[in-house]
Ligand binder design. Structure first.
Ligand code: UDP
Length: 171
């Protein structure tokens, strides 16, 4: 939230053990995970591995739990969010439910996660104007690659790669 208030751009990743394992042999993925503003361990495997490596982490934080806390905090300050990802119609349904659950939260727009090229998606997201947060829900590692590649050009402060969260919020 402090970074959002300051308008300091960045992205959040919530890797599970599958992604951490993938990053061992994929230098690009490893680099972009390490360049995130916030890295949350979304899986008990990551917690166990960290313990074995003697670099223990406090606890598992599922992407959806993080998203829910973020929405609550954002709603209190009347902050704005763009919902990007999932099949057509899902983000709109999620927007309806979120606006009802978190009065105060401003949804700037929605865009499904199926597009011909990245430029088209970036254009649609930016057409909504500035958003404090842009949820990027394309599944891993597609969403992480998208966030890193388009961080500068996207008109949002904090990008959050949150997998199937929109499907959950859409019910
Ligand atoms: N998805 C998307 N575009 C794609 C591929 C997937 O928008 O090209 C969406 C898909 O509809 C689903 C989400 O990405 O809503 C992936 O959810 P999943 O639970 O599989 O991801 P995870 O949280 O396991 O990374």
């Amino acid at each position: 939230m402090a970074r959002i208030r300051e308008g300091k751009k960045g992205y959040v990743v919530t890797p599970n053990s599958e992604i951490v394992y993938m990053a061992r042999s994929d230098e690009h993925l490893k680099k972009l995970l390490n360049a995130a503003a916030l890295v949350l361990p979304d899986g008990i495997g990551v917690i166990h591995a960290a313990k074995i490596l003697k670099k223990p982490l406090t606890e598992k934080v599922a992407g959806i739990e993080f998203a829910t806390s973020l929405m609550e905090a954002m709603a209190k300050e009347g902050r704005s969010i763009f919902l990007f990802g999932a099949k057509p119609g899902i983000a709109e349904k999620a927007a309806e439910n979120l606006k009802q659950k978190y009065p105060g939260l401003i949804v700037t727009g929605c865009r499904d996660g199926y597009f011909k090229d990245d430029a088209e998606a970036v254009r649609d997201i930016n057409a909504a104007g500035h958003s404090d947060v842009i949820l990027v829900c394309l599944g891993a590692p597609k969403q992480e690659i998208f966030m890193e590649q388009h961080l500068d050009e996207l008109n949002g402060t904090m990008l959050c790669g949150l997998g199937g969260s929109l499907d959950v919020y859409a019910g």
